[in-house]
Design a protein around this ligand. Structure first.
Ligand code: FDA
Length: 582
């Protein structure tokens, strides 16, 4: 590939979407060039919560260990605290990010990966530097101006912001990873549903040593109930640890119809001292900014040879911590498809499945993140009595009232905290995505999937086509534990069967496709010593699964197949159907 093209894939944006796309494409041997108008990567710590699915993606791309070095570890992410100030009364604690005694087993069982807290300025360089090491190229200080596309490719106009010179880049495909104000989405006229800038939040990045307030109760998120931080749906102030426990963000909601937030250094310091509860606290302010709460998604993610992902197509607030996670997962869904088409393994129709599969996810994420804000209302009602001179003091007095009023408030508090599990312990939201597209062939032998537990809170592992390959620990060749996710993925399709699946092994050998590996669970390197895989695979040992490079199941044959011709016919047809190949 390459003749007449400056690159195979031009990526507009080097945020989580563009960085992950460049990394995956470079890993798959595709030429990718990514541009950003800035001279480096994210300089403010926006995204941080990195969920298990994203860490699985990083693991598949070989950068999990490096990302982990830059992260606050899972156990330090801790409980989420509700206090009057860090030094003041603690009102409630919520076990969060699956670290609670009641949920940690689910999380450990569901994935080989932990959650991590990696602020965006630390994660983006991991994506971009590894992409560059694997051959992707980058243009900083480069503004994207517009594009045209034809049957063979895309021509984009770019401007070097240092010299002011304009030039064009010719690519086979383009990715619009240009964030919440996406010009590419506008140019393609992708329909956006929802509302932009429906609320606003002020953010201040600052340094102060707060160790003495938090190291005995590690937590990256502290909500502050103060009389002044009472605006908006959340109605509380925020202290978020960026680097434990000396670099922080203070945040608060403000009225969009009123004046801009007061970022005068003295009033910002006074506010932070109030949140911390230390009038003498030494504070170094790094930067102040504000961001808007959006609730919008594109109902289509692509047009022709241009594909959009990340905030460009799903715009929502940080509650639930889904933004950069969903962005990275968009890129991971798209990258292998582009690689397969560019390498001639798949037909171009495969690329249409990107929008079909990811759009419903984006829509759900936008709704979930916004609902997570709305769900603060019942909590606020427990802590605040409106109309009183000091609503928080009055609210707390009620919360501690030994009489029947107090009993009622305390019961309401239990229920209000329970509701927040949908923001903070929503493993199902993070891992239960199901894809429907031509790259997923349904298993006609079973009916519609029914969720046994709440699908937002609990992962339901299944080998149904369209679901993510379930994680089970196996015995690796060196005696170490390897996950089912480790023996699949990495840019190839995987045919997964058991020791009894000889017909499948022979079928794959006959087809001899460079992009298809066979995984025999039970053989050396993938032995089911715990028998976990046998318990969760839902198919006969002589049945088979076809797992895509992104870890999603494309097809399964639940029944035993003992006949070589049968296996070969089935495999040949499903591989070409899944890949939209002729
Ligand atoms: P992003 O906006 O990051 O990047 C856009 C890129 O496009 C940039 O490189 C920019 O320079 C480039 N660009 C745009 N226009 C251009 C042009 N014309 N020419 C050249 N380059 C151009 N998410 C999460 O998963 N967990 C979390 O905990 C949080 N927390 C959080 C907190 C706060 C306060 C905010 C505001 C956001 C979050 N997020 C989050 C969301 C997360 O930050 C967001 O979803 C991702 O940054 C989106 O990544 P993208 O790569 O899509 O866009």
């Amino acid at each position: 590939p390459g003749t007449g093209f400056d690159t195979d894939v031009l990526i507009i944006g080097t945020g989580p979407t563009g960085g992950a796309a460049a990394l995956a494409l470079a890993t798959y041997g595709v030429r990718a060039h990514a541009v950003t108008r800035w001279n480096w990567l994210a300089n403010t710590p926006r995204a941080h919560i990195t969920n298990q699915r994203t860490v699985e993606v990083l693991r598949d791309l070989g950068v999990e260990a490096e990302a982990t070095k830059h992260a606050t570890p899972w156990e330090q992410m801790g409980d989420t605290l509700f206090t009057t100030s860090l030094a003041g009364d603690e009102i409630a604690r919520l076990r969060t990010w699956g670290t609670g005694d009641d949920r940690i087993g689910d999380y450990i069982k569901g994935s080989p990966c932990p959650l991590l807290d990696i602020p965006q300025p630390y994660l983006e360089p991991v994506l971009v530097s590894n992409a560059a090491a694997r051959g992707a190229t980058f243009g900083f200080n480069t503004e994207y101006l517009g594009h045209t596309q034809d049957d063979a490719g895309v021509t984009a106009r770019l401007k070097d912001l240092v010299t002011g010179r304009e030039h064009t880049v010719r690519a086979r495909y383009m990715i619009g990873a240009d964030g919440a104000k996406s010009q590419v989405v506008d140019e393609l006229e992708l329909p956006l549903e929802g509302e932009l800038a429906r609320a606003a939040t002020a953010y201040v990045l600052f340094r102060a040593d707060l160790s003495r307030f938090v190291e005995h109760r590690p937590s990256i998120l502290h909500w502050l109930m103060t009389p002044s931080a009472n605006f908006g749906e959340i109605g509380m102030g925020l202290l978020r640890a960026i680097r434990p426990w000396h670099t922080w963000i203070a945040g608060w909601g403000y009225d969009l119809s009123g004046p801009a937030p007061d970022f005068d250094p003295e009033s910002v310091r006074a506010r932070i001292r109030g949140y911390v509860g230390d009038p003498d606290l030494e504070i170094e302010i790094e930067s102040c900014s504000s961001w808007f709460v959006n609730q919008a998604h594109a109902t289509k993610y692509s047009k022709g040879r241009v594909f959009c992902g990340g905030d460009a197509v799903h715009r929502h607030p940080p509650s639930s911590g889904l933004g950069s996670n969903t962005s990275i997962q968009d890129a991971f869904n798209l990258a292998w498809k582009l690689a397969f088409v560019i390498h001639g393994h798949a037909g171009p129709q495969l690329l249409e499945t990107y929008s079909d599969e990811r759009m419903p996810v984006g829509k759900q994420v936008v709704a979930r993140a916004n609902q997570s804000r709305v769900d603060y209302a019942p909590l606020n009602e427990c802590f605040r009595t409106t109309g009183e001179a000091d609503p928080v003091a009055a609210g707390l007095a009620k919360l501690r009232d030994p009489g029947p009023d107090g009993v009622a408030v305390r019961e309401a508090l239990t229920a209000a905290l329970e509701l927040k599990n949908y923001e903070f312990n929503a493993q199902g939201v993070e891992l239960n995505q199901r894809y429907t597209s031509t790259a997923v062939l349904p298993d006609e032998s079973v009916g519609e999937e029914e969720f046994v537990r709440d699908p937002q809170l609990h992962l339901q592992a299944t080998t149904r086509p369209g679901a993510k390959l379930p994680h089970a620990w196996l015995l690796g060749a060196e005696g170490q534990r390897v996950s089912t996710l480790d023996v699949t993925g990495k840019g190839r399709l995987s045919l997964v069967t058991g020791l009894a699946g000889g017909s499948w092994v022979r079928a794959a050998m006959k087809l001899d496709l460079p992009f298809l590996r066979t995984v025999v669970i039970g053989e050396k390197g993938a032995e089911d010593v715990y028998r976990d895989w046998a318990r969760i695979r839902e198919i006969h040992e002589a049945g088979a699964l076809l797992v895509r490079p992104d870890g999603y199941i494309a097809w399964r044959q639940p029944a035993a197949t003992w006949n070589d011709d049968d296996a070969l016919t089935q495999l040949r047809s499903v591989v070409s159907e899944v890949l939209s190949a002729d």
